[in-house]
Design a protein around this ligand. Structure first.
Ligand code: EPU
Length: 429
């Protein structure tokens, strides 16, 4: 078990390269099982969530090759519909994509209800609504879902809540169903387009991904293909926030700027200069940053996954900011930790009210989830003195080599082994 140490206050400059999108990768890997031959995926992020999914794929019989840490070849021809009610599937949220993929491929699946970051209640009723509309019978037994269909038949499915996971899961189950499926009120995140692109390259017929109506014509067979993952907009956004917090001039490479318009608009409003040329953006923060309000919304609104790191940045701005998360109303576990570092933030309902500027001070803090961890890194880089962040397994689920990337930008950040007394305090071995 390790912790991350940040010795704050250093100015950052240089170029950082972003990896392939985690939230695409975690859907593309399960999606690959729908093919009959090898699917090659390039631009894979080297993160622990990918390792866990790779291991689940191997458990169900996929033959995997990793020519490099950023490429995977998945031969699904020997996969079986092995029940996965427990174990690794509980470690991450995205294991629920095996429900749609296995249902689509075998017309049956048994998958443990997913784990992942605790952000308050995270129901999957819309996934279930979609599977049932396609003809699946579903029972919930001892924390696992058992799905079975004699036949999957296309249907018109209206999502009562706009959900990334449900939209993708229904696409996975529907691509081989008989006839046409229409998903209405679908999520429009770039990761949905990426999954639809992979499935289309495999031979699926999907129209409208990226809009709120997706039309799928079922096909009988899907084949292998080569796919390159889109850049991770949340990783890019995190580095953009870090650059605004502590940079002089930082360039972020491998970004699709259109994916981050909501973040960039807010950063410009604060007084940050942002320039983009092709796939690179360069960030230069102004002398003084002003407070702004943000409200998280579905894409193309401000992404909930950047709310926590952005809140850390707001501690540096002049004035009062109101941060409202309409997607995950309890996604505020980072606030107590930021307060330990001298941030002036109070919680009112699903809003955090930040009064700034505050000079943050290094402290011992704990990452309760992935993006809370990113928020603590942002705070640690701005703080005076030494910040020790535990719970870094959360951070490593989604950020490849974050300590190395920040070191290259001039930060003093490294990992250290936890002491026995720290492990005991945190109840870990
Ligand atoms: N919701 C329902 N019913 C459902 C599904 C969702 O009520 O059946 C609600 C959720 O409770 C939430 C909202 O709908 O309030 C949106 O949830 P969504 O299904 O879109 O989230 P998700 O698919 O579970 C993905 C990302 C999250 C990201 C959200 C929102 C993956 C693996 N996870 O989760 O990413 O926050 O979309 O954009 O793609 C992260 O990367 O740190 C992360 C948590």
């Amino acid at each position: 078990m390790e912790k991350i140490i940040v010795e704050g206050g250093r100015k950052l400059s240089g170029t950082v390269r972003v990896n392939g999108a985690k939230n695409s990768a975690v859907a593309l890997l399960p999606a690959a099982i729908l093919a009959d031959s090898t699917v090659t995926i390039e631009g894979l992020p080297d993160i622990s969530d990918v390792d866990t999914l790779q291991s689940i794929l191997q458990d169900i019989g996929a033959y995997i090759e990793r020519p490099s840490e950023h490429e995977i070849k998945i031969d699904p021809s020997m996969i079986e519909s092995i029940p996965l009610p427990n174990g690794k599937v509980k470690q991450l949220r995205a294991s629920y994509y095996f429900m749609g993929a296995m249902l689509g491929k075998f017309k049956k699946a048994a998958i443990g209800l997913p784990g992942g970051c605790f952000l308050g209640p995270r129901p999957i009723d819309q996934h279930i609504k979609g599977f049932e509309a396609l003809g699946a019978k579903i029972r919930n037994e001892k924390g696992a879902l058992y799905l079975q269909a004699d036949e999957l038949v296309g249907a018109r499915i209206y999502l009562d809540v706009v959900s990334v996971g449900a939209t993708i899961n229904i696409m996975l189950a529907a691509v081989k169903a008989k006839g046409q499926t229409i998903i209405e009120n679908a999520a429009k995140e770039p990761e949905i387009i990426d999954v639809a692109t992979l499935l289309t390259n495999m031979g699926a017929k999907i129209k409208g991904a990226g809009t709120d109506i997706i039309r799928i014509e079922g096909v009988e067979q899907l084949h292998g293909c080569l796919h390159t993952i889109i850049p991770d907009r949340i990783e890019a956004g995190t580095y953009a926030i870090i650059a605004a917090a502590q940079g002089t001039e930082v360039t972020i490479d491998n970004v699709i700027p259109e994916h981050l318009e909501s973040l960039f608009s807010k950063m410009r409003e604060m007084g940050v200069d942002i320039e983009h040329v092709d796939e690179q953006i360069t960030i230069r923060p102004g002398e003084k940053l002003t407070a702004v309000n943000i409200k998280t919304l579905v894409h193309p609104g401000f992404p909930t996954d950047l709310q926590q790191p952005f809140t850390a940045l707001l501690t540096k701005t002049e004035g009062m900011s109101i941060v409202t998360d309409t997607i995950y109303q309890a996604r505020f576990k980072h606030i107590d930790e930021l307060r330990r570092m001298n941030a002036k933030i109070k919680l009112e309902g699903n809003s955090a009210i930040v009064s700034g500027p505050s000079q943050l001070e290094g402290a011992q803090v704990k990452a309760s989830d992935l993006r809370a961890g990113a928020a603590l890194i942002v705070a640690g880089l701005m703080a005076e003195g030494r910040t020790e962040i535990t719970g870094i397994d959360h951070i490593e689920r989604g950020y490849e080599n974050i300590t190395d990337k920040l070191t290259k930008l001039g930060a003093k950040i490294y990992k250290e082994k936890m002491t026995d007394s720290e492990k005991k305090r945190m109840n870990v071995k």
